[in-house]
Structures are given as structure tokens and as C-alpha cells.
Design a protein around this ligand. Structure first.
Ligand code: RIB
Length: 305
């Protein structure tokens, strides 16, 4: 059984060190704190959807180690449907994250572990028939995403968040209805280095992807907002000014909120407006999944705009 919105993706244990500044090469510094959080782009996006009140399934794999148990429990406690979450004989995925508090930046290194074994066949034909929106990212094998997206053609709206920045096949690109990526990922996929990070240069790079008319694309621009391009028309949605403390997972929050809103409204621009607000709010809290806002939090925050 699946929910109408399903995330096919990664789940990691995030091992996070907070420090004031970035150490120089070869330098040792003292950090301020160390915390562990449930993360992984796929799981973060599923938690974002669930906290916003939509029914969501997570399809992935955890290891048979101590992290695997904790990760599964954390998804259950977030009311995410885990019927298609499988266990792998081996280690769970982990992410080593450094958050530099003075510049509010992070660096992330992921070790895939069980995420490298996620398979399209974890989703049965019956479950696929129940899915309206299928969402994925590139922390699980792209070949498996491609297979699932081909199987889902015509019955699901397929969203691909091309993070992290890795090359994907023409087939996967062709079998995606909405692409969501940041500027670095756009450069990787289009093969075009953005000369200056302005909208004109983003538009030329998007053209380099040769998308079909029915395909839409959203470029996330960090604090600058998002650029939404559908039906050959593009619109910029400006970012919100907030007191950000940790941006880890804010892209995931945007995508989860976008997908959850789109499920209801089927209006991509409205969904991007909503996602943009939710993502800004998520940067005001620590952690990835932990920072995802609830519907009430976003609505109350809306009233201040
Ligand atoms: O997008 C943030 C996520 O990237 C972290 O939670 C980490 O696990 C990596 O997947």
C-alpha cells in the first residue's frame, strides 16, 4: 500500500559538528557542539511532506546496524508510511556535516551505505497505481530511479531533485515531469558554466537541457529565492529575509513543501511560493528533518508577510 505522495530516496544518519568558523587546510579547531539527526535528502523531503499534513510513503533502505533501527523509528514517529522501507545486510547511510556558524554555511560528505542498494522493484505494480506524485533525488542509484520513473509514466507526476550534482542519463531526464535543482546542479547537467549567476545566464543554461514543452524546471537560488519555468515561461520568486542559523536541509524542505502543496493545488507557481516560505522558515532551526516546519508554523509565519 502506498500513499498518494511517495518519496523514492535516501536516508542517512547525519553526524553534525557545529563550529564558529571553517578551519584552514591542516588546521585543528575546537567545535561548539556535536549532534546526530535523521537526514538524507529523501527522508528529509518525506518528513517535510508529513509535517505539512500530507500522507506520504518513503521507499528506501536502512542498514541492519544500530543507525538503521533509529532511522526507521524516526520516520515512524514522523508519521511517514514505511511499508516500502527495506533493510539491507550492511551499514546505513551516513552524512558527515560541518556547520560553520559565523557564516551560516555547511559542508556535507555522504557515505551511501544501504542507499546504494535501493531498487525500483521495492514498489509493486499495485503500490505504483496508488501514487499520484513520485519524488526522488540522486542519493540512490539513478538507474533505479530511471526504471521506476519509466514504470510510472502516465500515472504519476514525477519530480526529480537532481541533488547531489551528478550526471544523469537522457532517459531519466526525458522521463521526469518536473526537475528541481540548484545552480551547481544546473551547471553539471547542462554542461554550461554559469558566467555570472544572473537570471539571463540561468535561462541560457536551462535551454541547454533541451526540455520538452510538457516538462517544467525550478532552479533554487538559496536566499535569492527560486526561478520557476513552465510552459516556456519563467518567473522569479524572491527569497525571504530571515535570521538563518542552519541551512542544512532547506532545499529538501522546499521540495517537500512544493510537492505537498502541488498535490492539493496542481498549481506549480503556488506550490513554489509555499515551498519558498517553508524553506526560509526551516533555516531558522538546527538540523535537516528536525527543522521542517508544520502547516501551522508556516501559516502563522505567512501572516507576517
Ligand atoms: O540535504 C541535506 C541532506 O544531505 C543531509 O540530511 C544529509 O544526510 C545529505 O543527504
Amino acid at each position: 500500500m502506498s500513499s498518494p505522495l511517495a518519496v523514492f530516496g535516501s536516508i542517512n544518519m547525519d553526524l553534525v559538528i557545529y563550529s564558529n568558523h571553517k578551519p584552514d587546510e591542516g588546521e585543528t579547531i575546537f567545535g561548539n557542539s556535536f549532534e546526530t539527526f535523521q537526514g538524507g535528502k529523501g527522508a528529509n523531503q518525506a518528513v517535510a511532506v508529513s509535517r505539512l499534513g500530507s500522507d506520504v510513503s518513503f521507499i528506501g533502505k536502512v542498514g541492519n546496524d544500530v543507525f538503521g533501527k533509529q532511522l526507521q523509528e524516526s520516520l515512524i514517529s514522523e508519521s511517514v508510511n514505511v511499508e516500502m522501507l527495506d533493510s539491507h545486510e550492511g551499514e546505513s547511510g551516513v552524512a558527515f556535516i560541518n556547520v560553520f556558524e559565523d557564516i551560516v554555511e555547511n559542508q556535507i560528505i555522504v557515505v551511501s551505505g544501504s542507499n546504494a542498494f535501493v531498487e525500483s522493484q521495492q514498489v509493486s505494480k499495485e503500490s505504483l497505481n496508488q501514487i499520484d506524485i513520485l519524488l526522488s533525488q540522486l542519493e540512490v542509484p539513478p538507474k533505479q530511479i530511471e526504471d521506476l520513473f519509466i514504470r510510472a509514466k502516465g500515472s504519476c507526476f514525477r519530480i526529480l531533485n537532481t541533488a547531489p550534482a551528478v550526471k544523469i542519463s537522457e532517459e531519466l531526464l526525458k522521463n521526469t515531469d518536473l526537475l528541481v535543482m540548484n545552480e551547481t546542479e544546473l551547471e553539471t547537467l547542462s554542461g554550461v558554466t554559469l558566467e555570472s549567476r544572473n537570471i539571463d545566464s540561468i535561462i541560457s543554461s536551462i535551454k541547454g537541457l533541451s526540455l520538452k514543452n510538457h516538462q517544467s524546471i525550478i532552479i533554487t537560488l538559496g536566499s535569492q529565492g527560486v526561478y520557476v519555468c513552465q510552459d516556456q515561461k519563467g518567473e522569479l520568486i524572491n527569497g525571504h529575509e530571515v535570521h538563518a542559523i542552519d541551512t542544512t536541509g532547506s532545499g529538501d524542505c522546499f521540495i517537500g513543501a512544493l510537492a505537498s502543496n502541488y498535490l492539493e493545488t496542481e498549481n506549480l507557481y503556488e506550490a513554489a511560493l509555499f515551498g519558498n516560505k517553508a524553506a526560509a522558515l526551516s533555516t531558522t532551526k538546527k538540523g535537516a528533518s528536525l527543522s521542517m516546519p508544520t502547516q501551522d508554523e508556516v501559516e502563522n509565519w505567512f501572516q507576517t508577510f
